[in-house]
Design a protein around this ligand. Structure first.
Ligand SMILES: NC(=O)C1=CN([C@@H]2O[C@H](COP(=O)(O)OP(=O)(O)OC[C@H]3O[C@@H](n4cnc5c(N)ncnc54)[C@H](OP(=O)(O)O)[C@@H]3O)[C@@H](O)[C@H]2O)C=CC1
Ligand SMILES: O=C(CO)COP(=O)(O)O
Length: 339
């Protein structure tokens, strides 16, 4: 009995811990696994994740666990919240330890490094077709979620009953609204592309441009996301929701976003590496820019903002040059869907 749980969360960084806090606050026994035993010992001792969410007390129903086998045996519901570059690796580690009835959901935002594949393809390749899959996506800063501030998020997946069970587990009538969505592809893509656009908005603000430029980047970023989404079979309407417009507005406008802060630092003249080190947590957009750019090129989708961010991150371009190039583009109609 002691080792059973309603859900197991893999990844004890800021967002994994915030989601585990939220689930446990809803009355669900939640195991939180992290790969660093010392970090897990600290969570147990402090009843807080001082490294990532200082000052927030862990609810009693949140149980830190260092042993992956114990964590995965405890529940059939497995929520993966690790950075995208280790997503496949963590699933490989989990695979031999999963239960027959396991169901896998992730809150990781990104595409697979190098290939630019959606994480659902990575999950299928590693785990096969046996397990129901789902994704959580939307505008949710870990710190606010963990503090119980009002938040809304979307969930979609391969299996209607899993999606509904996730809504039941996560939804809280006084803190967290969880919207079921049927666009599994769109929710995953939105979470990856917003990272890139948040970097662009940060760069713009870092240079010293104002609200007009930031808002133009959000709006045209949404157009880029929608174009790419439609090219891979997502629904355009998804991007008017939490995982599109919602997450773009959040991360392009608030300095809690690490991607935005990364862009801000670049806009102020800092180097790529130095800026990442200073942030000290995962900046998904650094890698995601390459994957989104490559995917767009492969599909022939026009994404000028993404292209400019790519040039700054990987080809020695500067934020000023990026801004100049975007402004100097040919005049066009706002509703043209390419060029
Ligand atoms: N923070 C947020 O507000 C939100 C984050 N997300 C997404 O959630 C995902 C995780 O981000 P977040 O929690 O913020 O990142 P953090 O940088 O806060 O934490 C990442 C965690 O992953 C751990 N980790 C790294 N490598 C491995 C591995 N091989 N196996 C297991 N754990 C590993 C890290 O451990 P260590 O410290 O030991 O390296 C750390 O605990 C990202 O895709 C992000 O985009 C989505 C919505 C909101
Ligand atoms: O995804 C997020 C909020 O929805 C977190 O954004 P950052 O990764 O930019 O901090």
């Amino acid at each position: 009995m002691k080792n059973t749980a309603d859900i197991t969360v893999l990844g004890a960084g800021s967002y994994g811990t915030a989601l585990a806090i939220s689930l446990a606050s809803n009355g669900h026994r939640t195991l939180l696994w992290g790969h660093d035993p010392e970090h897990i010992e600290n969570l147990k001792r402090d009843r807080a994740n001082e490294a990532f969410l200082p000052g927030i007390t862990l609810p009693d129903l949140l149980v830190p666990e260092a042993d992956l086998a114990t964590a995965l045996a405890a529940s059939n519901n497995v929520l993966v919240v690790v950075p995208s570059h280790v997503f496949g690796l963590v699933l490989e580690q989990a695979k031999p330890l999963l239960r027959e009835d396991s169901r896998i959901v992730w809150a990781t935002k990104g595409l697979e490094p190098e290939t630019g594949r959606l994480l659902q393809e990575v999950a299928r390749e590693v785990l096969g077709d046996k397990y129901p899959l789902a994704v959580l996506s939307g505008p949710t800063f870990a710190k606010e979620l963990a503090a119980g501030m009002p938040t809304a998020i979307s969930v979609a997946g391969t299996d209607e009953s899993f999606t509904q069970d996730l809504v039941e587990l996560l939804h809280s009538s006084n803190r967290l609204r969880v919207y079921a969505n049927d666009d599994f592809t769109g929710l995953q893509l939105g979470g990856a592309v917003k990272n890139v656009i948040a970097i662009s908005a940060g760069m713009s603000d870092g240079i010293g441009f104002g609200a007009n430029a930031r808002t133009a980047l959000i709006t045209r970023g949404l157009v880029e996301l929608t174009r790419l989404g439609e090219a891979i079979g997502a629904q355009a309407s998804t991007f008017m929701g939490m995982a599109g417009l919602g997450d773009l507005v959040l991360t392009c406008t608030d300095n809690q976003s690490r991607n935005r802060r990364f862009g801000l630092a670049l806009g102020k003249g800092q180097g790529v590496e130095e800026a990442q080190v200073e942030i000290g947590q995962v900046v998904e957009g650094y890698r995601n820019t390459k994957e989104v750019y490559t995917l767009a090129k492969r599909l022939g989708v026009e994404m000028p903002i993404t292209e400019q961010v790519y040039k700054v991150l990987y080809q020695g371009g500067t934020p000023h040059e990026a801004a100049k190039s975007l402004l100097a583009r040919e005049k066009k109609s706002e509703t043209e869907d390419s060029e």
